[in-house]
Ligand binder design. Structure first.
Ligand SMILES: [Zn+2]
Length: 410
């Protein structure tokens, strides 16, 4: 195979996946105006339903615009040998492979951030604002950006530097060291994410003593679940959309409720949502996801190790001096179809787990309050009640509201 062939394989992968994605989006948008299913008639009032229709269409058009911009930019960058250009800049600052890689990715990240920030600004302050979701101030938006950059530089930069260092002394066996590193990091993050990262972006306080806390404790006791770490997070600082999630395991397991969730739902509904989260824990979904992600990382790193030393990867991107960081970019582009497939499989598992957690909540608590909470949450986020089957299959990590309600009513 020649570098030119490989270059065109990369281009084809980009274009084909873009087209497939757009076809799916278009199919999904064709169903925006489908009649609302019988079981979901009570989710929206007429005026709100109209609003949700507009919201879906606005997001669809905006998504089309941003993804088109991004594909044109990526293709332009590839055809104009952008990676070679940035690589030369990075090399002019340092001969050291680790430093070169850090400068290289630094430039790519900053460049892409500068180009995409106007879009995320528009999404937040125009679209979300228009539909009444946005609570983010410009100050929070800027601070979030800066914190995100710093985290990426420290964590991403640190991990990248270590991996290249492994490659320098272990050659193709680097993947074993890299895998060990990423695994330790993933497990650590799973344990301490809520303690270390969340406070950088949000305030979280223990759920205060009172009715709600007692109801939650009473439920937890009936299923023999130790649930003393219940936190409330100020999600309302950024958006009116509500959420709840479970994180950590062992002694670090905790439940986090958005303050917006507490405002939107009745106590019984909140307990039902928590029962669903406890279901995820009891059915070992959290451990499953962790192990699956560790195994997938290992597989990806192993495949990377087979190809990374081949100069063809760098040459395909128009770079004559092969290097780990250019090889990594080419590999990432070539690997995209495989990661599409793995994410499809993970989404399938995730949807199956959602049913299991729903059933757990139904069997150990009640179905009715979970149904009404799901409906309220859908209404408050103006979510799509009539998505296309293919779109759900590809993109949804949760079953549709209709599927969940039907299952809970069984
Ligand atoms: Zn769930």
């Amino acid at each position: 195979m020649t570098a030119t062939t490989l270059f065109y394989i990369i281009i084809s992968i980009l274009i084909i996946s873009f087209i497939l994605d757009k076809i799916l989006d278009a199919l999904n948008s064709k169903h925006f105006n489908d009649p609302v299913p019988e079981e979901l008639q009570d989710v929206y009032e007429d005026a709100e339903y109209k609003k949700s229709q507009t919201y879906k269409k606005t997001n669809y058009k905006f998504g089309l615009l941003t993804s088109t911009f991004s594909i044109v930019l990526t293709l332009g960058f590839l055809f104009l040998d952008g990676f070679e250009y940035v690589d030369n800049i990075a090399r002019s600052y340092s001969e050291n492979p680790i430093l070169t890689a850090l400068i290289f990715f630094g430039i790519i990240m900053i460049g892409s951030d500068v180009l995409t920030t106007p879009f995320s600004y528009y999404q937040t302050f125009v679209i979300e604002e228009q539909f009444g979701f946005n609570k983010t101030t410009k100050k929070t938006f800027v601070l979030d950006k800066i914190k995100g950059w710093l985290m990426l530089a420290i964590v991403g930069g640190g991990i990248l530097a270590l991996i290249i260092w492994f490659y320098q002394f272990a050659g193709d066996n680097f993947w074993l060291y890299a895998w060990a590193l990423v695994t330790v990091f993933t497990v650590f993050m799973n344990m301490f994410y809520a303690k270390l990262i969340v406070p950088l972006f949000n305030k979280q306080t223990p759920l205060e003593e009172g009715d709600l806390r007692n109801k939650i404790s009473n439920y937890a006791k009936t299923v023999g679940f130790k649930l003393d770490k219940i936190f409330v997070i100020d999600g309302s600082k950024r958006s009116t959309k509500a959420n709840a999630y479970f994180s950590g395991f062992g002694s670090e397991k905790r439940v986090t409720l958005y303050d917006t969730l507490i405002n939107d739902l009745e106590d019984e509904e909140i307990v039902a949502v928590l029962a669903h989260e406890v279901g995820h824990y009891k059915k070992k979904h959290i451990i499953f996801n962790l192990i699956a992600s560790v195994l997938l990382t290992g597989l990806t790193l192993y495949i990377l190790s087979i190809f990374i030393s081949n100069p063809l990867l760098s040459n395909a991107l128009g770079v004559d001096i092969p290097s780990f960081h250019i090889g990594l970019i080419a590999f990432g582009l070539l690997y995209a179809p495989i990661s599409e497939i793995t994410s499809l499989i993970m989404n399938w598992f995730s949807r199956t787990f959602e049913y299991q957690a729903d059933n757990y909540a139904k069997n150990t608590y009640k179905a009715e309050p979970l149904i009404s909470s799901l409906k309220k949450l859908s209404k408050n986020s103006l979510s799509n009640l009539t998505p296309h089957k293919g779109y759900v299959f590809m993109h949804y990590s949760h079953p549709t509201l209709l599927e969940r309600v039907k299952n809970l009513k069984l």
